[in-house]
Design a protein around this ligand. Structure first.
Ligand SMILES: [Zn+2]
Length: 186
């Protein structure tokens, strides 16, 4: 069994600053058939979402234990999905939709902070990272801010910060090859 919940991955929707994006939009974009403009995945790429106004919205069920059951998987990053929960905030691009930008509103910052601290409290060994830090990030800018710096600014312990080599690359590689989740990512 290698379905432990080891990682919390932070994403952005890669939509322009100030634009409202809903849970329904995410589900449609990710799970609609390709011929209807979706990606045709069997499930969305994010488990939880933070709206512009700070509302925290659940997309994929969560049973609070230390394991990622099949029905708890979201398709956030290839290779990590079987061991991760994915949180996304609405935004991540500048208003012109040209450049990656940290567009988190004050409300989103507050909610993300509470969410991260809550997840660490519940899963003390969980490691938090940005999509752009994942081994299979493929050069993505998502979530458009430096997750490690932000985590330190809200006093998250180094033990829970990915880019401090808590998890060895060998371990990540091992997780990647053993994960049998669908090969999709948001
Ligand atoms: Zn992402």
């Amino acid at each position: 069994m290698n379905n432990k919940l080891n990682y919390l991955v932070i994403h952005c929707t890669a939509t322009p600053e100030g634009r409202n994006v809903s849970k329904e939009d995410i589900i449609r974009w990710h799970t609609n058939p390709v011929h209807l403009g979706g990606r045709g995945w069997n499930r969305p790429g994010y488990a939880d979402m933070v709206y512009l106004n700070g509302d925290l919205v659940n997309i994929i069920p969560y049973n609070t234990d230390d394991f990622v059951d099949q029905w708890e998987i979201s398709n956030g990053v290839v290779g990590l999905n079987g061991n991760a929960r994915h949180i996304v905030y609405a935004g991540g691009m500048d208003a012109e939709n040209k450049k990656a930008k940290d567009t988190r509103t004050k409300e989103q910052l507050d909610t993300l902070k509470v969410y991260v601290k809550f997840m660490i409290k519940r899963h003390p060994r969980i490691v938090v990272l940005g999509h752009n830090e994942a081994p299979n990030a493929n050069g993505k800018a998502c979530p458009s801010f430096h997750v490690g710096d932000w985590l330190r600014s809200i006093r998250v312990s180094e033990a829970n910060i990915y880019n401090k080599a808590v998890v060895s690359t060998e371990e990540v590689a091992k997780v990647s090859t053993e994960t049998n989740s669908t090969e999709a990512e948001a």
